[in-house]
Write a protein that binds this ligand. Structure first.
Ligand SMILES: *[C@@H]1O[C@H](CO)[C@@H](O)[C@H](O)[C@H]1NC(C)=O
Ligand SMILES: *[C@@H]1O[C@H](CO)[C@@H](O)[C@H](O)[C@H]1NC(C)=O
Ligand SMILES: *[C@@H]1O[C@H](CO)[C@@H](O)[C@H](O)[C@H]1NC(C)=O
Length: 372
């Protein structure tokens, strides 16, 4: 075995797991007004109005612990919501040109099997959600949006170069702690009343895999920090420069996670991942830096609802490319249709004195290709 294993310790500890910690991604489409009942002291039953946290529980898939966290720290929730948007948008951009294009994230709070059976795609979605939460909170701290955190303190090491540490660093530590509480806690302690047929042991394996991939998502954020600077001095002369450690764009985090996706490792049921405390076997890689998955993914070529595959019929493909968006790869050898679209536009517009504009009508033909 080239990864660190331990058998069923989770079951021995008798922790019941659920694998639904990403349902909150449904917040990407919500219009909840988080501040509406800030001081009503919780459920809002007395006032006859539902608190946003109760709505989040009922409609947006918040688990019990997430709802509790919502009630205890409502101020963080708008940033949870923007994390959901960030995770979803970034996942879709990264996978835009592929057979599996992350569109299934939109069915949250109910989830399709591609995001339930501990697949490689699920690993990506868990990791990017956890990363986006870390990002969103770390930035919120730095921007002064939260009471309980502020900018990160500057690095201990003296600056390498002609600048001083200053400004305001993204508080990745606080962000990481929050993300841990919000996503991991659900996997760890939620009760087992999930309405599906997955048996308890399998659920535990899936939860352990989710936890591992969550952790990698957070780690990628803290490992991708870059030094960002601001110039001061007379008329922007940059005679004084202050720098801080900040998170790069979410797209960059997504690209790093895509590399992890490509190198993801399949592990066997019955084995559990033990983080950190086992020495490395020389010449072999441990899984502590890799995504892991339990279930092989389908090729996503044809529709199969049982596997959560939408198929690629009707997807737009690129005839000149030879990458994942090429018609050859995207259409899985079924071929494609060429669709000619005629566009009628106003063109060659001229301004006449005074005061009108006259245009001609132009027709342009564009070709697109769609998988059969
Ligand atoms: C993603 O793929 C699905 C299924 O193939 C398709 O219906 C959808 O339009 C695609 N989304 C985008 C943005 O291309
Ligand atoms: C198709 O792929 C080629 C080569 O990768 C690229 O230059 C071109 O912009 C792509 N076309 C579209 C419509 O995306
Ligand atoms: C496409 O194929 C050509 C030749 O086989 C290769 O040189 C080129 O790098 C490929 N482009 C992509 C985007 O994979």
């Amino acid at each position: 075995m080239d990864f660190k294993i331990f058998i069923n310790f989770l079951i021995i500890l008798n922790i019941l797991y659920s694998a639904y910690a990403i349902r909150w991604l449904s917040l990407q489409r919500s219009h909840l007004a988080w501040n509406s009942l800030e001081n009503s002291g919780g459920r809002g039953i007395r006032s006859g109005v539902k608190s946003p946290c109760s709505v989040a529980r009922r409609r947006y898939g918040f688990a019990k612990l997430q709802t509790k966290l919502c009630r205890n720290s409502l101020e963080t929730m708008p940033y949870v919501q923007s994390a959901a948007q960030m995770a979803s948008e970034t996942c879709k951009v990264i996978f835009e040109d592929r057979r599996w294009n992350c569109s299934s994230i939109d069915t949250a709070p109910s989830l399709t099997p591609d995001l339930l059976r501990a697949t490689r795609e699920q690993a990506f979605v868990y990791a990017i959600s956890s990363a986006a939460l870390t990002f969103s909170m770390a930035r919120a701290c730095a921007n002064g949006g939260l009471y309980h955190c502020a900018c990160s303190s500057p690095p201990k090491d003296p600056p390498m170069g002609n600048f001083k540490w200053g400004g305001c660093g993204d508080n990745v530590k606080w962000g990481t702690d929050f993300a841990k509480r919000f996503v991991d806690a659900v996997e760890k302690h939620n009760t087992k009343k999930a309405p599906d047929k997955t048996d308890g042991a399998m659920k535990n394996y899936i939860a352990a895999v989710n936890l591992h991939n969550n952790k990698i998502g957070r780690k990628v954020v803290s490992e991708s920090l870059i030094t960002q600077c601001k110039c001061h001095g007379v008329s922007g002369s940059c005679s004084i420069k202050t720098c801080w450690r900040g998170i790069p764009a979410m797209k960059e985090i997504g690209q790093r996670l895509l590399r992890k996706f490509t190198n993801a490792k399949e592990i066997q049921k019955g084995y559990m991942i033990v983080e950190n405390d086992v020495p490395e076997v020389p010449g072999r890689r441990s899984v502590s830096d890799q995504f892991v998955y339990l279930t092989k993914s389908p090729d996503y070529c044809t529709r199969d609802d049982k596997l959560g595959s939408l198929g690629t019929v009707g997807r737009k493909c690129n005839v000149t490319s030879n990458g994942t968006d090429s018609c050859r790869q995207l259409c899985c050898g079924r071929g494609y249709r060429t669709v000619v679209e005629e566009k009628i536009e106003r063109c060659q517009c001229k301004y006449y004195y005074c005061c009108y504009v006259k245009c001609k009508t132009c027709r342009t033909l564009t070709q697109t290709h769609e998988c059969s």
